[in-house]
Design a protein around this ligand. Structure first.
Ligand code: PEP
Ligand code: MN
Length: 455
């Protein structure tokens, strides 16, 4: 019997063989792992995935780490965005290209505002597993396990759909591979907004919201025109690199796709370029921190209002002992009402410790509320207020506001309030499987307003 047979997620391994560094997490408590009903089936799927080709290459991960090192120095800006939860059914060329185009267009606007290159990272091609606040949910007196993302179970409120199914991990790999192929197609041909960035900017300028940003849209139009006239092909702009990221929540899945890189002798998670640790799984002695310490990818850690400066310093020691430039990104999500009181101490202590990390603002997860009828939503103005607070805190401390992390989509859904969408409108096109996302117009308007903040 091997250690893997004995160690269940969240359980404590009975050590009869030494664990490899990437499996040492099995000896620690792992939060938010599914209750897989059939451990033999899980083991078979994991073994199958372990024999599959990597989804991303270690050198691509290194390249993102280099890009993030530039962000940490304040010479580039990070735009990270995508769905709260991707869905297997939404792996279509149209949906994926819509998201890539969205990021591409926003990146162009932000690059103009910041006068810096924008590093684009999608919450995409792997964002299939969700941490939940409660393990069960009750509807009309009936209680079932919560939906934990397409990687684990189904959304339908039936016993069958809600049972964790290890076969979904294989589908997660396949959906990620297909999505990655669509992203690589879009960037290879410049088709993801390259040729039409100027047209997209003009279309926005002509819209009702766009008219409020006449000065900026006009400047961007002239800048794009100048680039074209100077011989810079607009396709080159659209062909900018697009990296992938997701929350590295399911440790069995992540471990099965972790590969030893012969060039560096280090392990890489090959499920995506950047993986992050969520707010609910960042315990210092927990399994997630252990696994993340063993991989060489650039990594993120979410920090909510309960994060203490001492814990943040301890996370740096564990996750980035060599202080590698670009290795560690802190994604802060304090909420608009707490960003001014919670963020300064953390940033100040880290900066005085001499560590250079990337600071990114997630203005979504600290600003979620439920309407009177129980619909989960966010107000665009709260999102903007947290971003403004984030910039203000970093400006006051002389540190770099490195980027923003958003939940958004390329379609005109109605999940967040603001930009013409009222609480009453939410029901008309609410499609998110988990948290509410900014729609296409809200995302664009936000990009223009953030660009204004950075000028
Ligand atoms: C998320 O990013 O969807 C998420 C669950 O965030 P957090 O871990 O910050 O709550
Ligand atoms: Mn979310």
């Amino acid at each position: 019997m091997t250690t893997q047979d004995l160690a269940g997620p969240g359980g404590v391994a009975v050590l009869d063989t030494p664990l490899s560094p990437i499996e040492q997490w099995r000896a620690r408590p792992a939060d938010q792992q599914p209750d897989w009903p059939d451990p033999v089936e899980l083991r078979d799927v994991v073994a199958e995935l372990a024999a599959c080709p990597p989804l991303v290459d270690a050198r691509e991960c290194d390249r993102l780490r280099d890009r993030l090192a530039v962000v940490a120095r304040g010479e580039a800006f990070l735009l990270q965005g995508g769905d709260c939860a991707e869905l297997f059914d939404e792996v279509t060329a149209e949906a994926v290209h819509g998201k890539v185009r969205m990021l591409s267009q926003m990146a162009a606007v932000l690059a103009y505002g910041a006068s810096k290159p924008v590093v684009r990272v999608g919450r995409i091609a792997g964002q299939y597993a969700k941490p939940r606040s409660r393990p069960f949910e009750t509807v009309d007196g009936r209680t079932l396990p919560v939906y934990r993302g397409d990687a684990v179970n189904g959304q339908a409120f039936t016993e069958r759909a809600r049972e964790a199914d290890p076969g979904r991990l294989r589908r997660m790999y396949e959906a990620s591979a297909t999505t990655l192929n669509l992203i690589r197609m879009a960037t290879a041909t410049g088709g993801a907004g390259g040729a039409d960035l100027r047209a997209l900017n003009r279309a926005f300028a002509a819209s009702t919201t766009g008219r409020r940003h006449r000065r900026l849209t006009g400047e961007i139009d002239r800048a794009l025109g100048f680039l074209g006239a100077s011989g810079v092909s607009p396709a080159t702009l659209g062909a900018a690199e697009q990296f992938t990221s997701h929350e590295g929540l399911l440790l069995d899945y992540e471990t099965s796709l972790t590969r030893l890189d012969p060039l560096t002798g280090r392990h890489y998670a090959t499920s995506g370029h950047l993986v992050w640790i969520g707010e609910r799984t960042r315990a210092l002695t927990g399994a997630h921190v252990d696994y993340f310490a063993a991989i060489a990818n650039p990594i993120g850690v979410k920090l909510g209002p309960t994060a203490r400066p001492d814990d943040v310093l301890a996370l740096i020691d564990k996750l980035d002992p060599a202080r590698e430039p670009g290795r560690l990104t802190f994604i802060t999500r304090m909420g608009a009402d707490q960003v001014h009181s919670r963020l300064p101490d953390i940033v100040d202590r880290v900066s005085r410790s001499g560590s250079q990390v990337v600071w990114v603002c997630d203005p979504m997860h600290g600003n979620t509320f439920s309407t009177a009828s129980g619909v989960k939503t966010r107000h665009v103005e709260d999102v903007l207020a947290e971003i403004a607070g984030f910039f203000a805190v970093h400006r006051a401390l002389g540190t770099h506001a490195g980027g923003i992390h958003l939940e958004l989509t390329g379609a005109e859904v109605t999940e967040c309030v603001g930009g013409g969408i009222t609480v009453e409108d939410l029901a008309s096109r609410y499609e998110s499987a988990c948290d509410p996302r900014l729609n296409r117009s809200q995302s664009l308007e936000l990009a223009y307003r953030v660009a204004d903040l950075m000028r």
